[in-house]
Design a protein around this ligand. Structure first.
Ligand code: NAP
Length: 480
């Protein structure tokens, strides 16, 4: 077992707070490592390091910035086995999920490398005689990034990478549950030649960090991925201090299966959308809305498939359902499932837990009045909802405070097009799963699911300030 310090100014440094916390393996509760925790003075040190580094980093040539990201992707490939092992041990990832995350982490870094050269502006036609009018984009300064536990490597990189590609420096607060993965991100970039202080990683609890993390004048932007509840609080604090913010929040995502869909494909798509990483994904398609004609047969086939999913140690090949991150999570999920059954839902499979392992669960006949229809469980529970017809399916899909991802299975082109426009989500996938992510796309949600977009040029716009510039040729004539 090892002890980790904070990563500030390009090196590991002891936390001044004197605080320490264990990082636990969710599969067995064993202590994986002890991690020093940042307190208020540590936050100030990290912000100072980031502020100092910003002045140099913003002037680094795009090709040199690009080289750092390409090298970081190579480092991820070289350290892939170590990273997969850590994702399994610290975040309860199965072999399948850990492999997916590490592979995508390298792909995202290469996507970010490509954007380093694409910080662009525009020219405008001016109505002032002799004026050249255009815009440029400039980095913001110090960005505070706060990341969740579920994809700590991939989402940690997404939080910091676009910001740094655009020329900002960053202070990352990783999730309390996955601090070591957060620190590995700092190591990866250090190995890739990132100048000291451009990225600082400070594990710890927000409650120990004081106001500085969100309110210090050096912080120009806050980028947060996590629950809608915490996101709203962060938005309020950012607004009170007139800071920019981007929020990637929770979801209760609809997967709509229309009558003409291929049934086996629908079963496979619903299973993947619900049970990847034990359902602990913001894009999990936990509301499966099925048109009446397919409903009974879909319920029968999906229940059989889900009942056969292997639950167990995430290190075991073939296991799909590993442990949930927090020991308190299974009891919360159980409450939701029992309440749905009390309200008339049918439990087709699962509905039980042992320790941190919640069995993959399917509920049928879920309706809008049940808590589970609206509450993000963040666990392996699929709710199936019967729709009378196409328009009813659409109404049910949009009946949510959330609006992150959605998917529709149909071969009817007209309905597919109509859905892509009518579903109130930031992302719509036709004939694919609700869980889909790529580097250079406008990733993000509407309603309570988020604010702003992350990915490609959309992220570069979020992390830069647009500046209008004019150049007067000749002299302007004034009225007095
Ligand atoms: P969470 O409890 O909201 O925590 C997210 C991060 O916020 C953690 O680093 C957490 O630190 C920090 N935090 C909590 N309270 C804070 C405060 N008062 N001030 C500053 N930071 C604070 O979420 P989670 O349980 O880790 O992740 C699950 C949630 O994230 C789900 O709702 C999921 O849908 C959402 N999510 C969204 C996306 C997306 O892209 N839209 C992606 C992944 C996950 P501590 O751990 O120290 O509390």
């Amino acid at each position: 077992m090892s002890e980790y310090q904070l990563h500030i100014g390009g090196r590991y440094q002891a936390a001044e707070s004197g605080l320490r916390a264990p990082s636990l393996n969710p599969a067995n509760g064993e202590v994986l490592a002890t991690v020093q925790q940042a307190g208020e003075s540590d936050v100030l040190r990290a912000l100072e390091a980031a502020q100092c580094a910003f002045n140099g980093w913003k002037q680094v040539l795009p090709s040199q910035r690009e080289a750092v990201f390409l090298k970081a992707a190579d480092v991820v490939d070289e350290r892939a086995q170590e990273l997969r092992d850590l994702l399994i041990d610290e975040s309860g990832s199965t072999l399948i999920k850990a492999g997916y995350e590490v592979h995508h982490a390298a792909a995202f870094l290469r996507g970010m490398a490509g954007e380093c050269r694409r910080v662009t502006g525009e020219t405008y036609s001016s109505d002032y005689a002799g004026v050249k009018s255009y815009s440029i984009r400039r980095p913001l300064g110090v960005v505070v990034a706060i990341s969740p536990f579920n994809f700590p490597l991939l989402l940690g990189l997404r939080k910091i990478g676009w910001a740094m590609a655009a020329g900002n420096s960053v202070v990352l607060k990783p999730s309390e549950e996955t601090p070591v993965v957060g620190l590995k991100i700092a190591e990866i970039f250090q190995q890739a030649g990132l100048p000291d202080g451009v990225l600082n990683v400070i594990p710890g609890r927000a409650s120990d960090m004081g106001d500085a993390l969100l309110a210090d004048p050096r912080v120009k932007k806050i980028t947060f991925t996590g629950s809608s509840e915490v996101g709203k609080m962060i938005a309020a604090k950012a607004a009170a201090n007139l800071k920019k913010f981007t929020l990637e929040l929770g979801g209760k995502n609809p997967l709509v299966i229309l009558e003409d869909a291929d049934l086996d494909y629908a079963v496979n798509t619903a299973t993947f959308s619900n049970f990847m990483h034990q359902g602990q994904i913001c894009m999990t398609g936990s509301r499966v809305i099925v048109e009446a004609g397919l409903y009974d047969e879909f319920c029968r086939r999906v229940a059989a498939k889900v009942a056969a999913l292997k639950t167990g140690s995430p290190r075991e090949p073939g296991v799909v359902i590993g442990p949930l991150i927090r020991p308190t999570q299974p009891a919360f999920i159980q409450e939701q499932v029992e309440s749905a059954v009390d309200d008339g839902a049918r439990l087709l499979t699962g509905g039980k837990y042992e320790g941190s392992y919640y069995l993959p669960t399917v509920l049928a006949d879920v309706t809008e009045n049940m808590s589970i229809f609206r509450t993000e469980c963040f666990g392996p529970v699929m709710s199936i909802i019967k729709a009378d017809d196409y328009l009813h399916a659409l109404t049910l899909a949009n009946d949510s405070d959330y609006g992150l991802s959605s998917a529709v299975l149909t071969n009817d082109l007209q309905k597919a097009l109509h859905c892509s426009e009518s579903l109130e989500t930031g992302m719509v996938h036709i004939n694919g799963p609700t869980v889909r992510d790529e580097a250079v796309v406008p990733f993000g949600g509407v309603k309570d699911s988020g604010f702003g977009r992350e990915g490609g040029r959309f992220a570069m716009e979020e992390f830069t300030e647009l500046k209008w510039v004019t150049i007067q040729t000749g002299q302007q004539q004034y009225p007095f």
